[in-house]
Design a protein around this ligand. Structure first.
Ligand SMILES: Cc1cc2nc3c(=O)[nH]c(=O)nc-3n(C[C@H](O)[C@H](O)[C@H](O)COP(=O)(O)O)c2cc1C
Length: 208
């Protein structure tokens, strides 16, 4: 199947079998998430990879009992940095220098541009960081589809309760979105048979 066929095949799965995603497929999906684009390349988030069943049972009511949480093989939780600090900017600059084998000094201009981030209101940075996570979520959805793995993007949960259960406050993180991964249970999931609904191209795209 080519990419478009894969994108037609995928859908936001509601019911999963308990079959596990093989580790090599999971690793490739995670690698795609890792390779996702982000503004400045900063990736101001972490991705929690949750397989533990007990933990997922605890999370279930905080996601309005949506069955994907416990039926899927894994859930990924995208959580933004609560604060963008100058320490984090320094670490990122050091990381670029290390990976590219260049000096920190040679990155002074770039660092100067990043320096404005810690000075911005926390709320603005949270919103900005959340937008970056959605790019990673989208990249993960496409990667899962290419691997023949079903996935569910999810925002239907209580972020504060997730943060509490996952102890994210002490990690300086805030939950934004979830992606469940696994194999669809086509018998239990009527949505698996629904036709995909999208705006027609002539309505969606405006050509100039
Ligand atoms: C950010 C985001 C959050 C979503 N949250 C939920 C959710 O909590 N529960 C759910 O069943 N579907 C959720 N969806 C799935 C959408 O309803 C679905 O992607 C949309 O109807 C398009 O259908 P398709 O993805 O199956 O092609 C979410 C999708 C996105 C992109």
């Amino acid at each position: 199947m080519n990419l478009i066929e894969r994108l037609n095949w995928r859908y936001a799965t509601k019911r999963y079998t308990n079959v596990k995603v093989p580790p090599e497929k999971l690793q490739r999906i995670l690698e795609a998430v890792q390779l996702s684009a982000s503004s400045f390349g900063l990736q101001p988030y972490k991705v929690l990879v949750i397989e533990n069943e007990e933990l997922r049972k605890k999370l279930l009511p905080a996601a309005y009992n949506q069955p994907q949480i416990t039926e899927a093989s894994h859930i990924l939780v995208f959580a933004v940095w609560e604060n963008i600090t100058s320490e984090k900017i320094d670490q990122y600059i050091q990381r670029i220098a290390d990976v590219r084998g260049i000096t920190v000094e040679s990155l002074a201009d770039f660092k100067g541009r990043l320096a404005s981030l810690p000075a911005r209101p926390a709320e603005q940075n949270l919103n900005w960081a959340a937008r970056q996570t959605y790019i990673a979520l989208g990249t993960g959805l496409v990667a899962a589809a290419l691997e023949g793995i079903d996935a569910s993007p999810m925002e239907g949960f209580n972020p504060a309760e997730f943060d509490e259960i996952l102890n994210l406050k002490e990690k300086g993180l805030k939950t934004v979105s979830i992606m469940a991964l696994g194999y669809r249970d086509a018998e239990k999931d009527p949505v698996s048979k629904f036709k995909k609904v999208r705006w027609p191209k002539e309505q969606l795209f405006i050509h100039f």
